[in-house]
Design a protein around this ligand. Structure first.
Ligand code: FES
Length: 177
């Protein structure tokens, strides 16, 4: 499968530096994937395990990977970039992130997640067939006053209703045919 490497090495390292953010489901899942690898320390095998769990190796997983492999962030990235099968960006045309933070979840975010999973037929961290639409949870965009929030292709859309989200999903679905 072709690699998708839009970000520069510097950009990736900046993302790594931001990884000290609050609890994050993506990082939790990467952590569990690494735990299942037992005593493995080979960066490539560890990265493949993370990629199986998340569809790619996200910036948030890089500090965990570097620590496990005993490498600096730079050497880890150099190692991963040399591996043809490793993706450092998700392979998708559209990326939908739904806030799963407490305020958004309470104000309807949990329903938005169910709606997206049902409509798209994929679970979180998965992409619809043909790499069209990827669904991800995100714990708090820092825009709680406008909850529930979603982020589509990097743009946050607040006060999302099921009706509006359903229409957006329908439009995306039509666009992929
Ligand atoms: S809880 Fe969703 S933006 Fe903060």
């Amino acid at each position: 499968m072709a690699r998708v490497l839009g970000k520069s090495l510097q950009g990736m390292l900046e993302s790594v530096a931001k990884a000290g953010e609050p609890r994050n489901l993506e990082r939790d899942r990467a952590h569990r994937a690494l735990k299942r690898c037992g005593e493995e320390v080979d960066a490539g095998r560890l990265a493949r395990a993370v990629q199986r769990a998340l569809g790619y190796v996200p910036p948030r997983a890089l500090p965990l990977l570097a620590e496990r492999a005993g490498l600096t962030a730079e050497s880890l990235l150099t190692r991963l970039e040399a591996l043809e099968e490793i993706r450092l960006e998700p392979e998708c045309q559209q990326r939908i992130e739904i806030c799963s933070g407490r305020t958004c979840a309470r104000r309807g975010g949990a329903k938005l997640i169910r709606l997206a999973r049902g409509t798209l037929g994929v679970n979180m961290f998965e992409t619809t067939p043909g790499q069209q639409i990827r669904l991800e949870p995100f714990r708090c965009f820092g825009q709680c006053a406008r909850a529930p929030n979603i982020r589509m292709n990097g743009v946050i859309q607040g006060a999302m209703t099921e009706k509006r989200f359903g229409l957006l999903l329908g439009l995306l679905g039509r666009g992929k045919r």
